[in-house]
Design a protein around this ligand. Structure first.
Ligand SMILES: Nc1ncnc2c1ncn2[C@@H]1O[C@H](COP(=O)(O)OP(=O)(O)OP(=O)(O)O)[C@@H](O)[C@H]1O
Length: 304
């Protein structure tokens, strides 16, 4: 399956909050929707789920208008939607039946997911008696109980400690290998980096970067190197480069322990290395720069 979001615009009263959002994602891949608070992630997801109507734009699944009601979708909304005073297993079974599962399958799947996520011991407790992290896992069990083909998770990691975040990561990875189409929103880069093949960064209601994460990283790292030297400070190294090697390289960024430099001509990497050696600079680091997602995000959005 391929889901395509095309040029979504959304206004609340006179205020346009989405200014033409477009991205696409296919089964067997996960798309990370990234953005700061208020960027427009949840609004986009709500439009996808038909909670809100867009003012314009379209959403297609395999080229046809996407109607969420026609599919088994696992949606974990930002405002978690379960009943605090009802028993955990009972309400998941009930919601699974509402979504079309037989009573037997609803019970089986509920048991399976509560066990898998390590919250089966709370099956007969009311939801509000559980810790926030465990409530979150119950919500996730409810999201996945119907074996959905499409999984949409809005900030699924919020409130999870590292061990439970790992359980969620493993679950998402498993969904991807089962060829599900997975979309999730987050402002936590490390999670996105770990298993999203595709990303879309939203800033102030606009997509500022989208596509395959590996290609994006390659493009950002293109012709850039990390450089440091023994016996001289980073500032001294920068000075030498600025005064002597400005025909080969320019300094992009001064980090605490190294410089990020950009080759003026991508073919001159070895020449740069040779020139540094000829200058008797004792090179400590000379490596291809591999930006992490946080670096890319900061570059595109301006701040963390
Ligand atoms: N129902 C609404 N009525 C009016 N404005 C809204 C409504 N929902 C969202 N907005 C506005 O739309 C903008 C985008 O909000 P949205 O919740 O989509 O951002 P987000 O990226 O999900 O942020 P967060 O990470 O904080 O959840 C914000 O300026 C918000 O105030």
């Amino acid at each position: 399956m391929k889901l395509e979001v095309k040029n979504l615009r959304k206004s609340f009263s006179e205020n346009e909050v989405l200014h033409g959002i477009s991205f696409s994602v296919e089964s067997g891949k996960a798309l990370g929707l990234l953005g700061k608070n208020g960027a427009g992630k949840t609004t986009t997801i709500r439009i996808l789920m038909d909670v809100f109507k867009a003012n314009s734009g379209e959403i297609l699944l395999d080229g046809k208008k996407f109607k969420p009601r026609n599919y088994q979708i696992g949606y974990l909304p930002e405002e978690r939607g379960l009943y605090p005073k009802k028993k955990v297993a009972e309400q998941i079974v009930y919601l699974a039946e509402l979504r079309g599962l037989s009573s037997k399958n609803a019970k089986q799947n509920t048991k399976m997911w509560l066990e898998k996520l390590g919250v089966d011991e709370y099956s007969n407790k009311t939801l509000d008696s559980l810790s926030k992290g465990n409530q979150q896992k119950v919500q996730l069990a409810q999201t996945l109980v119907c074996n959905p083909e499409i999984v949409i998770l809005d900030e699924p990691f919020s409130g999870l400690d590292p061990i439970n975040a790992q359980i969620l990561k493993d679950t998402v990875k498993e969904l991807i290998t089962q060829n599900k189409l997975v979309i999730f929103s987050s402002h936590q880069m490390s999670y996105v980096e770990e298993f999203c093949e595709e990303i879309a960064i939203i800033n102030k209601g606009e997509i500022v970067l989208s596509g395959n994460l590996k290609n994006i990283k390659k493009e950002f790292g293109k012709d850039r190197l990390i450089l440091s030297a023994n016996d001289i400070t980073i500032d001294e190294l920068k000075n030498i480069i600025d005064t002597k090697f400005s025909d080969l390289v320019i300094v992009n960024e001064v980090k605490k322990n190294y410089l990020i430099v950009e080759l003026i001509d991508s073919k001159t990497k070895n020449q740069l290395l040779q020139t540094l050696i000829n200058e008797n600079i004792d090179i400590e680091k000379f490596a291809i720069y591999e930006p992490d997602l946080a670096d890319i995000f900061v570059k595109k959005v301006g701040e963390k």
